[in-house]
Design a protein around this ligand. Sequence first.
Ligand code: ZN
Length: 152
Amino acid sequence: MEKVTDETRKLMDDMLETMYAAPGIGLAAIQIGVPLNVIVMDLARDGEPAQVKYFVNPEILEDVEELHPYQEGCLSVPEVFDTIERPERVKLRYLDYNGKEVIEWAEGLYATCIQHEMDHLKGIVFIDYLSRLKRERAVKKVAKAVKLKAAT
Ligand code: ZN
């Protein structure tokens, strides 16, 4: 996808709504079943004005060796949280909501979140980084949560 069209913007609007309803701070298109390289994000905390960011075709151009630990969760892996270490800063290239190319460094939570969301585009979820034992425990927890949801 080289261009951002009205269709892409409609998708991003829908994704943002889904993300807020969840609620979550980031969402990849594949999480709502759309296999496109599109991500939406809003890292504002409660009470802060929205800081919405849209990413079309994001790429990581560069990263750093220093790792930043963060307790991650995921809308696709309900009720599981675990600490994952990822590069503290990444240099990104992406197209924004208006199709303009942006090149910038992301750091801290922004860097963590974009790497988490870009993993979704590759079919990776954060529990894939956990030890086998922890991952099996997480998978069981998710299965239980999904069953509970189906029962209500
Ligand atoms: Zn996720």
